[in-house]
Design a binder for this molecule. Structure first.
Ligand code: 5AD
Length: 345
C-alpha cells in the first residue's frame, strides 16, 4: 500500500510517508483524489454546513517578538489599540444579529488583559448570549490562568503550535519563546476541557517538507478539535519582510490531508488563505474546510490588526457582509448556518 492509499484508508502514516505524501502535491491526479476524499468525509460528518465565527481582534499589543508577525513587539509601525469591554460587547451584539453564535476573542499577548479583566468580559458575554460559544485566542498563559478562563465560561481556545520541529520553531521565534512551553499550554488546555485548536503556517522562510511532516505527526499526537493553517504572507516591518509568501496550492493540499487525517476536525478556510487568493475561501471549502471566521472587529481598528501585508478585512471577509459570504458558499453547494458549530466527538 503506498502513502496515498494508506492515508485514504484512514491509517496513520510514518514520518517518511508524510514526507512522500507532501512531496506529491504538484501531481494533479493525486491532488484531485485527495480533495474528493476530503469533501466526502466532510460531507459525512458536517453535510454541506459552513460554520461561522465572529472574530473580535480586541488588542494588538503583544509582548512577543515572533519574526513573522506584523504586530510583534518590535514592529514600530504598528498602531496599537485595545478595545474596551463595552466595545467588545458591541461587537457581540452586532455579531449576534448577523447570525454568529461563536465569538472569537483574539489578541496579542497583552499583559493589560489580566485574568480578572478577562473573566469579567467572558462572564458578561456568556450571561448576555448563553446560546453562544466563546473562543479565546490570546496565547500562552499559565495552567491557573487557563483554569480561571474556563471557569468563567470560555468554551474553546486557539493556539497554533506554529512549528512542531524544535529547531525550526527557533528560526521563527526569539530565544525567550519555546516549543516546549507552547506544547505544554496545548496539553493543559485539553486537560482543562477546552475544545482546542492548533495549527501552523505554510511556507514560512526555511520551512521544509520534513518540518511539515513533523507538524502532521504532532497534530496526530495532540488530536485537536480545530486546526488552523494558512499560507505565510510577509509583513514589511518584520524580519521576514522581504521573503516570499507561502503557496496557496500547497495550503489547499494540506487542508485536504488534514480533513482525511482528522475527519471530524473543525477546519477553517483562513483569512490568510482568503488574502493570498481572491477565491481562497471557496477553494478552502472545496479542499475539506468547514469553517470561516469573518471579521467582527470595529471598522475603525480593522486595518491596525495587520499580522501581514494586505490582510483582507472588508468585502466578503467582513462580518457585516455576511450575505456576500452566504452567496459565495451557496454557489459552490455549501450553506452558512446559524449554529455554535461545536466539535461532534
Ligand atoms: N502570515 C500568515 N499568518 C500569520 N500569522 C501571524 N503572522 C502571519 C503571517 N505573516 C498567523 C500565526 C498566528 C495566527 C493568529 O496568525 O500562525 O498564530
Amino acid at each position: 500500500m503506498n502513502e496515498i492509499e494508506k492515508l485514504i484508508s484512514g491509517k496513520t502514516l510514518t514520518h517518511d510517508e508524510y514526507v512522500k505524501l507532501i512531496n506529491r502535491y504538484e501531481d494533479e491526479n493525486i491532488r484531485e483524489t485527495l480533495m474528493v476524499r476530503a469533501r466526502q468525509l466532510r460531507g459525512m460528518h458536517y453535510g454541506n454546513k459552513v460554520y461561522i465565527r465572529g472574530l473580535i481582534e480586541f488588542t494588538n499589543y503583544c509582548r512577543n517578538g515572533c519574526f513573522y508577525c506584523g504586530i510583534n513587539s518590535s514592529c514600530k509601525t504598528a498602531k496599537r489599540y485595545r478595545l474596551t469591554k463595552d466595545e467588545i460587547l458591541e461587537c457581540c451584539m452586532s455579531g449576534y444579529d448577523l447570525g454568529f453564535r461563536t465569538f472569537v476573542l483574539q489578541g496579542g499577548e497583552d499583559p493589560y488583559f489580566t485574568d480578572d479583566i478577562l473573566v469579567d468580559i467572558i462572564s458578561k458575554i456568556k450571561e448576555d448570549y448563553p446560546d453562544c460559544a466563546v473562543t479565546l485566542s490570546i496565547g500562552e498563559r499559565s495552567y491557573e490562568s487557563y483554569k480561571r478562563l474556563k471557569g468563567a465560561g470560555a468554551d474553546r481556545y486557539l493556539l497554533r503550535h506554529e512549528a512542531a520541529n524544535g529547531e525550526y520553531y527557533k528560526m521563527l521565534h526569539p530565544d525567550n519563546m519555546s516549543l516546549e512551553n507552547r506544547k505544554q499550554c496545548l496539553f493543559h488546555l485539553k486537560e482543562l476541557g477546552f475544545q482546542v485548536g492548533a495549527g501552523f503556517m505554510v511556507g514560512t522562510p526555511g520551512q521544509t517538507v520534513e518540518h511539515l511532516a513533523d507538524d502532521l505527526e504532532f497534530l496526530k499526537e495532540l488530536e485537536p478539535h480545530m486546526i488552523g493553517i494558512g499560507p505565510f504572507i510577509p509583513h514589511h516591518d518584520t524580519v521576514f519582510g522581504n521573503e516570499s509568501a507561502g503557496s496557496v496550492s500547497l495550503t489547499l493540499y494540506l487542508l485536504a490531508i488534514l480533513r482525511i487525517l482528522f475527519p471530524k476536525v473543525l477546519l477553517p478556510a483562513t483569512t490568510a488563505l482568503g488574502t493570498a487568493a481572491l477565491d481562497g475561501r471557496e477553494r478552502g471549502m472545496l479542499a475539506g474546510a468547514n469553517v470561516v471566521m469573518p471579521n467582527l472587529s470595529p471598522l475603525s481598528h480593522r486595518k491596525d490588526y495587520a499580522l501581514y501585508d494586505n490582510k483582507i478585512s472588508t468585502g466578503d471577509e467582513a462580518a457585516e457582509c455576511i450575505d456576500g459570504l452566504r452567496k459565495s458558499m451557496e454557489k459552490i453547494g455549501y450553506k452558512v448556518v446559524v449554529d455554535r458549530g461545536d466539535y461532534t466527538g
